[in-house]
Design a protein around this ligand. Structure first.
Ligand code: BGC
Length: 458
């Protein structure tokens, strides 16, 4: 299926091709390719960013304009049950259910969620990559870019509004794994500025965050059969290990913990496999930090009810560390945990001795090139970075469930505009590529660097 999908992506990128093959994109905001599907396929709306060619009952080739594909949302979704990807067993529940009570069965966890499953390819990210490809004329580069669009990358829910897109993603993912990042904690990113979010505890953030979590949970419960893997709140708990001298972090530490525990407990009822963000080797791997980090993570796991769906921890999210460095980068001097393998191998036994046999996933999306920083703490739009090892369950480490791509490469880490409210000096530092747009916005030049510096090459 992946090969067919990749072929469809290439077809969509080629200027001469007028019809799109099964699974290929045929509409969506910023999409510049063909709106016409091959014979026997219909252009089915999935969300505002993505329509896809799926098998239809009609034998004639169909064409869908952007306008018509977005305006026929519910009827198209409801009638798409004949396709192999959008199974009939899921769509009736999805289209009629809207509350967390829709499914009363308590799901059972079954070990590594990635084992034996395909992973859905984020259509939101694919649409960004298509838009990037449309700006490029070099055909060799276009082909490399198209490969990025076919590598499964997490979809971030960094605002409450984005939860509305979740039912469409669940439906499109079908029985494949949907990978999401839960990222709307109040007072988010407390020790930095670049990714400050929309919620604050001072403005009803605790209750709004519960609504946000409830919305995600309800959507997943309403979709029978979906497997969802979630990274929980990048940078939140790690800040409580190292940054309590910053009052922006210490003042919210109890609320952070309560919100994260609420998220874990609630999402577990929907059978979401969760990996709590655990920073990376250069943050919590230091001798002074790793033991307090293990204590905090184990406490949170216990407070959240020790559900088997709280599968473990995610490391290196949006960072640049190697899984296994050929030799220690000089910037890691003083830390024997100089790569993610050393960090995980040191952290896992500490957690186990606190009662949590945690497993790990590692984000290697931007770790292709090493020894590119002047200081290990630098994290913003690092110059010279390249896409890294591709997602796989073949990790060579029994603690690691999967290598994944969490940070969508090309989405910015933070603005370099010194007068912006969310300006963080890290994003104007010596290692940072400038000029850079706001966090989460598309950063085309940075994306092209990631493509050109990819290791393994694309
Ligand atoms: C941004 C988010 C974005 C995420 C993934 C974060 O740094 O603050 O808005 O969704 O990166 O790109």
């Amino acid at each position: 299926m992946k090969a067919a999908f990749a072929a469809a992506l290439l077809a969509a990128l080629a200027t001469q091709v007028s019809a799109v093959a099964e699974w290929g994109q045929c509409g969506g905001l910023n999409y510049a390719g063909s709106n016409t599907c091959d014979a026997g396929l219909s252009c089915v709306y999935s969300n505002d960013w993505y329509s896809q060619c799926l098998k239809s009952t009609s034998s004639a080739a169909t064409s869908s304009t952007k306008t018509s594909s977005t305006s026929s949302t519910s009827s198209t979704r409801a009638s798409s049950t004949s396709s192999t990807r959008v199974s009939s067993s899921t769509s009736s529940t999805k289209t009629t259910s809207g509350s967390a009570q829709a499914s009363s069965a308590v799901p059972t966890a079954s070990g590594n969620p990635y084992t034996g499953k395909s992973v859905w390819n984020s259509e939101y990210y694919a649409s960004e990559v298509y838009a990037a490809a449309a700006l490029v004329t070099d055909t060799a580069l276009k082909a490399k870019i198209s490969k990025v669009a076919s590598i499964p990358t997490f979809t971030w829910f960094d605002t409450m509004a984005k939860v509305a897109d979740l039912p469409g993603y669940l439906q499109a993912a079908g029985s494949s794994i949907l990978q999401i990042v839960v990222y709307d904690l109040p007072n988010r990113d407390c020790h930095a500025n670049a990714s400050n979010g929309e919620l604050t505890y001072a403005n009803n953030g605790a209750a709004l965050y519960q609504q946000y979590i409830d919305g995600i949970t309800a959507a997943i419960k309403a979709s029978s059969g979906s497997t969802v893997v979630a990274v929980i709140e990048p940078d939140s708990l790690a800040n409580l290990v190292t940054n309590l001298s910053d009052s922006r972090c210490s003042s919210v530490q109890d609320q952070y913990k309560a919100s994260v525990v609420y998220a874990l407990k609630t999402l577990a009822t929907a059978g979401v496999y969760m990996y709590i963000d655990a920073g990376h080797a250069g943050w919590l791997g230091w001798p002074a930090n790793i033991s307090p980090a293990a204590t905090l993570f184990a406490q949170i796991y216990t407070s959240a009810g020790s559900s088997p769906f709280i599968r473990g921890l995610a490391t290196n999210v949006a960072n640049y560390n190697a899984l296994t460095a050929a030799s220690p980068d000089p910037i890691t001097s003083g830390n024997s945990n100089y790569d993610e393998t050393h960090y995980i191998n040191a952290l896992a036994p500490m957690l186990a001795s606190s009662g949590w046999n945690a497993q790990f996933i590692v984000d290697l999306g931007r770790s292709g090139k090493q020894n590119i920083r002047t200081a290990w703490g630098n994290w913003c739009n690092i110059k010279g970075a390249g896409f890294g090892l591709h997602p796989t369950t073949n990790t060579g480490n029994s603690y690691i469930d999967a290598i994944v791509w969490v940070k969508p490469g090309g989405e910015c880490d933070g603005t370099s505009n010194t007068s912006a409210v969310r300006y963080d000096s890290m994003c104007g530092g010596v290692d940072a590529k400038v000029p850079a747009p706001e966090a989460g916005q598309w950063f085309q030049d940075y994306f092209l660097d990631l493509v050109n510096n990819a290791d393994p090459a694309l």
